[in-house]
Design a protein around this ligand. Structure first.
Ligand code: PDD
Length: 282
């Protein structure tokens, strides 16, 4: 951990990350009962902050966790206290720590609000030159993946399943249709049209995905939100993943086979370049 990222926020206080502690009765510890966001920051400016805060509000409301908190103010404070520049901000809101373990949602419990920053993970040169690999895995998560919940055990196991096959990401498939990655959104270029699955409760509406769509449309690329079957993904000319931490990356190997000619495609290259400009100018 670099010195720049040692100050975190916990329940109203800024403190050293190494000294921050929560109760073992906290419901995010016992039940994974919490929601979160990961917000990229470029040159000290949070990227698509309103979209992240709206999704956080949606997640809080979906899990019945009313939380009247100034998250925009928290983001500003964390950036200032941690030296600005490029970073990622993690915000987690847990239902809080009651006096005893009980599945039932306790009334009037004060939420635990935690936030920290981390250095922005620069993609490796290899990843940008040759692309990354993915394995298609059966999506065995719950039916409410549009909620950005901290209960990520299924995502963790799926990512590990892909890693066990030497793949960098798990691309998930439910009933023959692609949903998303274990921690990313998925795009496929098919017959010159950029496709990404339409919003549904079984996938997270990606904030980066939406920005990539804007950038692609500005470049005159046709984009549609429509289901992608597993068979179509295998035959796509290009496959990409996107997320707040990985921006937009080309997938060049899928289940051990080459995607297109096995190299990052020309459409990805154009969108990636335009995204690099967009992220520092909006
Ligand atoms: N996750 N789908 C899932 C399951 C994700 O976990 C993420 C991102 C995305 C992409 O969303 P966005 O573009 O808003 O980051 C899609 C974050 C980065 C994480 O869990 O670390």
């Amino acid at each position: 951990m670099s010195e720049q990222h040692q100050l975190c926020f916990l329940n109203g206080e800024m403190l050293a990350l190494s000294t921050a502690k929560v109760s073992v009765l906290d419901r995010s510890f016992l039940f994974g009962d919490g929601v979160y966001e990961v917000i990229p920051v470029y040159d000290g400016q949070p990227f698509v902050l309103d979209t992240h805060l709206q999704r956080l509000a949606n997640s809080l409301s979906a899990v019945r966790m009313p939380c009247d908190f100034d998250f925009a103010g928290l983001v500003t404070r964390l950036i200032e206290e941690n030296g600005g520049g490029d970073m990622a901000i993690y915000i987690q809101v847990s239902r809080g720590a009651p006096k005893e373990r009980n599945h039932l949602i306790p009334a009037d419990l004060e939420a635990t609000v935690f936030a920290m920053t981390q250095a922005f993970p620069a993609p490796s040169e290899r990843a940008m030159k040759t692309g990354i690999s993915a394995a298609i895995c059966e999506d065995f998560r719950w039916q409410r993946c549009n909620i950005k919940a901290t209960s990520l055990l299924a995502n963790v196991l799926l990512r590990q399943q892909a890693s066990d096959q030497d793949a960098d990401e798990a691309i998930l498939e439910r009933d023959g249709m692609i949903t998303e990655g274990s921690s990313s959104s998925v795009f496929a270029l098919i017959d010159g049209i950029l496709r990404t699955p339409e919003d549904a409760p079984i996938l997270l509406p990606g904030t980066t995905r939406d920005r990539v769509i804007d950038v692609a449309c500005d470049l005159g690329i046709e984009v549609v939100s429509r289901g992608i079957s597993k068979a179509e993904l295998y035959l796509a000319d290009e496959v990409w993943i996107s997320s707040a931490l990985r921006e937009v990356m080309p997938v060049t190997r899928l289940d051990g086979r080459a995607v297109g000619d096995g190299l990052p495609g020309p459409v990805w290259k154009k969108v990636y370049r335009a995204f690099q400009i967009a992220k520092r100018t909006c």
